[in-house]
Design a binder for this molecule. Structure first.
Ligand code: NDP
Length: 342
């Protein structure tokens, strides 16, 4: 069983040298009393938040309480889809397709109580269940609809808009009749946002020297909803451009993950006078709406109203570069690693 681990804690930008491909023997013959499932991993999710779990305790203590810190040398858990190859758990049989907490590796051994469910693919590719029909999709859906409550005609701004979460936020907001502008880090991404995903407008934030003026030019009448994936200066200027009763869903602050000292400082006076609602959230708190999310998103996929956007790398050895690519803005949509054929 080959799997990826970190050599040591990672406190800055992740590099290839931070990761190691390890191997350990895997016994498929299980003790009948063991209540264990062995899953052959098929598709695993690659997510920015894993970096916060890789930091040394002193750097990560403020952020790692929502997810268990990763121990150097040990397997790294993630959301994924796989196939049961051995089971002494009465709920699972060999051959079942499952979704749950798997490893960045070829196999996962899941003890009783581990997060694992049988997957009903509903006719969609397995990879969709790691991204658009998994936690990335739920994050976009919950943050936009539960926190921001978009209304027809409202002006919506999305950062990291061509990422896994951001592209869906924009597409859901368009389906709600909103005017949607996204920002991303390259010309190619801007073109995709406008031409493929139906955003009303988009800009490359890396080319802008005065982000406040940039937002004013894209939102001359102000922003009603900001879906924040990046934090930092973009959050500050977004607050300055919000309308009265605006809503901000703070989904992620990736621009702050590399530097624990860097923190956005939006103007609280503006938050007060404009009665802006700013709310952080975790997708994991929204499992109660997973069913609604799934049926809505499946319908939109079937009718072609939502475009899936996936960026799939091949093989367990590609996991480090896939993860690093998120911090270099190289992914186009949901970053997934395909580990094996079904
Ligand atoms: P993405 O697919 O959006 O990948 C990350 C993207 O972030 C990159 O492609 C890059 O795009 C952008 N980025 C990287 N570094 C920076 C930087 N320094 N400044 C600005 N942008 C940067 O990832 P996800 O969609 O999976 O996640 C988006 C955000 O949502 C993250 O912050 C993540 O942690 C958070 N999240 C939160 C969840 C929750 O439950 N609250 C659940 C899932 C994700 P670009 O070209 O635009 O620079």
């Amino acid at each position: 069983n080959r799997y990826i681990t970190i050599n040591n804690h990672v406190n800055g930008a992740p590099q290839d040298s931070d990761f190691e491909l390890k191997a350990s023997p895997l016994a498929l013959s299980l003790d009948p009393a063991s209540n264990v499932v062995i899953v052959k991993n098929l598709y695993v999710s690659i997510d920015p938040y894993q970096l916060n779990r890789m930091k040394s305790f002193s750097a990560s203590q403020k952020t790692s309480d929502f997810a268990v810190a990763i121990v150097p040398g040990e397997a790294i858990d993630t959301y994924g889809v796989g196939k049961v190859v051995a089971s002494t758990n009465p709920e699972f049989d060999k051959g079942d397709i499952v979704v749950g907490l798997l490893n960045w590796g070829e196999f996962t051994v899941i003890k009783a109580g581990g997060m694992l469910n049988k997957l009903n693919t509903m006719g969609f590719p397995l990879s969709y269940h790691v991204g658009i029909l998994g936690f990335s999709g739920l994050t976009a859906y919950a943050g936009l609809f539960d926190i921001c409550k978009p209304k027809k005609g409202e002006k919506v701004f999305v950062s990291a808009a061509l990422g896994s979460v951001g592209n869906l936020v924009g597409q859901f907001a368009k389906l709600s009749g909103c005017y949607v502008v996204g920002c991303a880090g390259s010309k190619e991404k801007v073109a995709l946002l406008k031409e493929k995903l139906g955003f009303d407008d988009a800009f490359n934030y890396r080319e802008e020297t005065d982000l406040n003026s940039t937002l004013k030019s894209y939102f001359p009448n102000g922003i009603d909803i900001y879906f924040d994936n990046v934090g930092g200066e973009m959050q500050e200027v977004a607050v300055s451009n919000m309308n009265i009763n605006g809503r901000i869903a703070v989904c992620g602050v990736i621009s702050e993950y590399l530097d624990s000292e860097k923190r956005a400082a939006p103007s609280m006076i503006e938050v007060i006078y404009k009665r802006i609602k700013i709310q952080g959230f975790l997708a994991g708190d929204y499992l109660n709406i997973f069913g609604d999310f799934l049926s809505t998103t499946c319908d939109h996929l079937r009718t072609g109203k939502i475009q899936p956007l996936e960026d799939i790398s091949d093989g367990v050895e590609s996991i480090p570069s896939a993860f690093i690519s998120l911090y270099r803005g190289q992914n186009i949509g949901k970053k997934i690693v395909k580990i094996a054929e079904e």
